[in-house]
Design a protein around this ligand. Structure first.
Ligand code: GRF
Length: 208
């Protein structure tokens, strides 16, 4: 049984997609052990609570400095003893100590086709604003392993989504979530749970 910890900051629709996929069996052999938020008001925490999933908030606001927050956060995560950490709209830069300790055991969902529209400053609606202002015809989402960089880790899954005339960043964000994020994030977890994923020389291999 793969034990996962899901890290969230906001609405938690990706978390919901994971919960639903575990329930309906499209993610197999997996248990959501804990949901951790950095934001007390994240609706994602309520989604977890409703399903009886352990949920905690560790807010940087409750610590005198970032180093202390990072230390307590990592300590708490370690104590949950998860096999895989899933960043599902988690808007916190991970300290290097954590990315090292959890090498190839943290995945993230990013709302573009990496390497487009990724890296520092590209998060949430800003990604879609940038895609629209560049006039791309196709965008999408990427699930990747997390390394010390921003959106630089080995790519696990990608799915393309069409950009349509008249799209606003909000409309495009919604389409990318519905058509890509909510599908490939659960799919990536299931592949890992089935032990089909390996990382070799910075590239992901998926066994058939
Ligand atoms: C998603 O667009 C994700 O790609 C981005 O933040 C958003 C999270 O949405 N990193 P939700 O909290 O899962 O609804």
């Amino acid at each position: 049984m793969l034990k996962i910890g899901v890290l969230v900051s906001g609405g938690g629709t990706n978390l919901q997609a994971i919960i639903d996929s575990v329930e309906n069996g499209s993610i197999k052999n997996t248990e959501i052990s804990v949901v951790i938020s950095n934001n007390k008001n994240a609706y994602a925490l309520e989604r977890a609570e409703k399903k009886g999933i352990k949920n905690i908030c560790i807010s940087p606001k409750d610590f005198s400095d970032r180093a202390e927050f990072n230390r307590v956060f990592l300590e708490k995560l370690d104590s949950c003893q998860v096999d895989l950490v899933v960043l599902a709209g988690f808007l916190v830069v991970l300290p290097e100590e954590m990315t090292k300790k959890y090498e190839n055991r943290i995945i993230n969902i990013h709302p573009s086709l990496i390497p487009s529209f990724c890296g520092k400053g590209y998060y949430g609606l800003k990604v879609h604003e940038a895609a629209l202002s560049r006039g791309v015809k196709v965008t999408g989402a990427t699930v990747h392993f997390v390394d010390a960089g921003t959106d630089t880790g080995p790519i696990l899954l990608q799915k393309a989504v069409e950009v349509k005339d008249g799209d606003t960043p909000e409309i495009l964000q919604r389409r990318v979530m519905e058509e890509a994020e909510w599908k490939i994030l659960p799919q990536a977890i299931d592949l890992i749970a089935q032990e089909k994923v390996s990382v070799e020389n910075g590239r992901v291999r998926i066994a058939q």
